[in-house]
Design a protein around this ligand. Structure first.
Ligand SMILES: [Zn+2]
Length: 442
């Protein structure tokens, strides 16, 4: 069954950007670094931190002295184009794989796989079934296969066995575990004796996403929430300093997505347009996967396509290419996308939130913060734009770990680095022979 799924996923993706890019992306990593871990006594360290739902402009809304400290001694990127759909799980998996959601397979927070006839929810045990995650290989697995060690404090997917591995050190997900506790574990893992210390750490915190949903990003009450996140960042920086790690660890602080303000006046009720008997609803607003009943695709699409001026309806094969959101069996035959600030519901009886994300990834409101500092980064440098998939080859470069095929490009982002990669960009006239790699499974 699983084998059949891999084949059916592999075929359409042979033409996906992943395969077009990989020959360009890989060679920019210095070949000198390939056996890095075998020869280096002191490995570079990297900690990737995500504050869920921390929109790019939150840092300018209230005083955020700790974010400022990182920017002044490091880098900031103003425009970060994350991946579609701008939801938590797809984006966190993109950051650690460098792949668009259609390629890494975590296409939404709620999914249905018609080949397996199984459903996935981030709020159910299906989350822990390896097969959902194994269309890609997260960086912690690659680091470990390369002889390094990793530590994960609640990063989405990090407590799932993926390709036979957990992170070297990790915490089982528990939302009630404080930020401070997570930081203390990460510090412990980084400061262990050399033969046990982790090289790569990932740290996740649920805020300000939760408050953004409940209050709406425009609420003045969000000011205190944002200031609180800055204090949490300050705690992390202080703990790194106390452990003597602050100048040694490369610290990246970012997020999965932003947050848009919603309004009870902006609700699209599907029951007005299409009978519930005709389809199954997969995933939540604002991008809704619609699985029509057998033989009802054209009928359901016809009812939805011009139903509401604030809702776009796509057949899967017509989803705009810039979203990189077609080539996976877990993407439903019809996709509904609400315009910014609008909510799609079946009717108004369901729970309503004041803030949400998931919309078009080019909307400014959907984009996350990005700052970083440490020995690998330039100081006091502001870069205009990046794509979140470029983060993966950057992290591989910093860790001297060979990247797997990915949709990112180190070339796009290498100006953030204090010293530039040694290898030059290959030209089409002289295609390099790519090193032998474990290909990302279909
Ligand atoms: Zn959220």
């Amino acid at each position: 069954m699983a084998r059949h799924t891999m084949l059916s996923c592999f075929l359409p993706r042979a033409c996906s950007p992943l395969f077009c890019l990989w020959a360009v992306v890989l060679p920019v990593v210095s070949l000198n670094s390939l056996n890095h871990h075998e020869h280096q006594d002191h490995r570079p360290k990297l900690l990737l931190v995500s504050f869920d739902g921390f929109r790019w402009d939150y840092i300018d809304r209230v005083p955020t002295p700790n974010f400022r400290r990182i920017m002044d001694s490091g880098v900031k990127v103003e425009f970060v184009e994350n991946v579609y759909i701008t939801k938590t799980y797809p984006n966190h998996y993109s950051m650690v794989t460098g792949l668009y959601a259609e390629t890494h397979g975590i296409v939404a927070n709620e999914m249905y796989d018609p080949t397996l006839n199984l459903s996935f929810s981030t709020e159910a045990d299906s989350l822990y079934e390896s097969r959902w995650w194994e269309e890609a290989v997260p960086l912690w697995v690659t680091v470990q296969k390369d002889g390094g060690r990793s530590g994960a404090a609640m990063w989405p997917g990090s407590d799932v066995k993926i390709h036979g591995m957990f992170p070297t050190r990790y915490l089982q997900y528990n939302a009630s575990m404080s930020f401070e506790y997570r930081v203390e574990r990460i510090i412990e893992w980084f400061s262990a004796p050399e033969e046990e210390a982790v090289d790569f750490g990932v740290l996740y915190w649920e805020e300000p996403d939760e408050s953004g949903h409940n209050l709406g990003p425009q609420s003045p009450l969000m000011d205190a929430i944002i200031a609180g996140i800055d204090e949490k960042l300050g705690f992390l920086m202080d703990e790194l300093k106390k452990a003597g790690l602050y100048e040694e660890v490369n610290l990246i602080v970012t997020s999965d997505h932003g947050m848009a303000q919603l309004s009870p006046e902006k609700i699209i009720e599907l029951d007005e347009y299409v009978d519930r008997e005709l389809y199954t609803w997969v995933d939540k607003s604002p991008v809704v996967g619609i699985l029509p009943r057998e033989g009802k695709l054209d009928e359901v699409f016809g009812l939805l396509v011009d139903a509401n001026p604030n809702m776009l309806a796509y057949k899967k094969e017509d989803v705009p290419l810039r979203f990189h959101y077609q080539h996976n069996t877990r993407i439903m035959p019809i996709l509904l996308e609400a315009k910014e600030g609008w909510t799609i519901m079946q009717n108004r009886s369901g729970p309503f939130m004041l803030g949400n994300h998931g919309y078009d990834n080019t909307l400014r409101s959907m984009q996350p913060v990005f700052v970083a500092r440490g020995p690998a980064f330039r100081q006091n440098y502001v870069k205009t734009s990046m794509r979140s998939v470029d983060l993966y080859p950057l992290m591989c470069h910093i860790l001297s770990t060979r990247p797997l095929p990915n949709n990112g490009s180190l070339l796009n982002i290498q100006d953030l680095l204090s010293s530039q990669p040694a290898a030059s960009t290959p030209t089409a006239a002289h295609p390099p022979s790519p090193p032998k790699l474990n290909r990302v499974p279909g």
